[in-house]
Design a protein around this ligand. Structure first.
Ligand SMILES: [Zn+2]
Length: 56
């Protein structure tokens, strides 16, 4: 299954697609969450890394 990165339009290929899974774009390094859109198709959205402590 192939997706397009919403950040850089790069191609992301994955064997298994699981809703809620986080994929990392090999081109730009963006973390992308597998979601289902209104049509019931899988889509990718940029995962927010909220609550992450980056430290000082
Ligand atoms: Zn990308």
């Amino acid at each position: 299954m192939k997706f397009k990165c919403p950040e850089c339009d790069g191609e992301i290929e994955t064997k298994e697609v699981i809703e809620g899974e986080i994929l990392t774009c090999a081109d730009c390094g963006a973390e992308l969450e597998v979601v289902k859109n209104a049509k019931g198709n899988f889509d990718l959205k940029v995962a927010e890394s909220e609550g992450e402590d980056w430290g000082e």
